[in-house]
Unconditional design. Structure first.
Ligand SMILES: C[S@@+](CC[C@H](N)C(=O)[O-])C[C@H]1O[C@@H](n2cnc3c(N)ncnc32)[C@H](O)[C@@H]1O
Length: 224
């Protein structure tokens, strides 16, 4: 499905989120840096798509030792490679990571966890390849968890407007209908946090951003 929309994926993201996705991604990296308290790190961006997060990582972690983008979609990866980033890209699924234990200081996933076929297995793999005290940062959508006006308005926009807008821009409405359906099935922030904690992580931060359909999660790998 992601292969089919890769060509127009970045444009659709800009228009649908009114450019907000760039702000969310930068914030996710800056907040991760605050918790890591160091810059010479190795970063793995899972479900990297066309490489937005790794692009911002060049600015926010200029001293990073290693940057790896990982995604099963060949079309998305081709676009990421063409950006000429100082990173290397590997094709594969988050449930099977071809890395040694304790390899990365920071693992990020922006708008990818919803697509994992087996979230539990992916979280176990992320735990395994993250270094002790390493940071696991997630950006993901969540449906409203109370009567907050902005939460409900942004959810309504996602369900009613985004499929039409996404369809016009990318030429395929289906992935954008899938977006709302997959958010509907996805755990609320409280439940996702519990799921990740059961795999051995400590929650450092859970914050609804603006508009509040987007949630930033930051976890730390606990050891000992
Ligand atoms: C909505 S895009 C997000 C791309 C990018 N992270 C961003 O924020 O723009 C979701 C990505 O998840 C990838 N994906 C789907 N299943 C996956 C899996 N099992 N493991 C890792 N990535 C997966 C897709 O190929 C797609 O590139």
């Amino acid at each position: 499905m992601f292969d089919s929309i890769a060509r127009r994926y970045d444009l659709a993201n800009h228009v649908i989120s009114l450019g907000m996705h760039l702000f969310w991604k930068k914030k996710a990296l800056r907040e991760s840096r605050n918790f890591l308290k160091r810059e010479e790190i190795s970063i793995l961006d899972l479900a990297c798509g066309t490489g937005d997060l790794l692009k911002f990582a060049e600015e926010i972690f200029p001293k990073a030792k290693e940057k790896v983008g990982f995604d099963p979609s060949g079309e998305m990866l081709q676009r990421a490679v063409r950006r000429g980033l100082k990173a290397h890209f590997i094709r594969g699924a988050a449930e099977y990571l071809p890395f040694k234990d304790n390899s990365f200081d920071l693992i990020t996933v922006s708008f990818g966890v919803r697509n994992f076929e087996n979230r539990g297995k992916a979280f176990e793999e992320i735990f395994r390849v993250l270094k002790p005290d390493g940071i696991f940062t997630v950006l993901e959508f969540a449906k409203p968890d109370n009567g907050d006006l902005f939460q409900n308005l942004s959810w309504c926009y996602t369900k009613r407007v985004v499929p039409t807008l996404g369809g016009i821009i990318s030429g395929s409405k289906e992935p954008y209908e899938y977006l709302a359906q997959s958010i509907e099935r996805f755990p609320l922030p409280k439940n996702l946090t519990e799921e990740v904690e059961r795999k051995g992580f400590k929650t450092l931060k859970v914050e609804r951003l603006f508009p509040p359909i987007t949630v930033l999660y930051i976890f730390k790998k606990l050891t000992g």
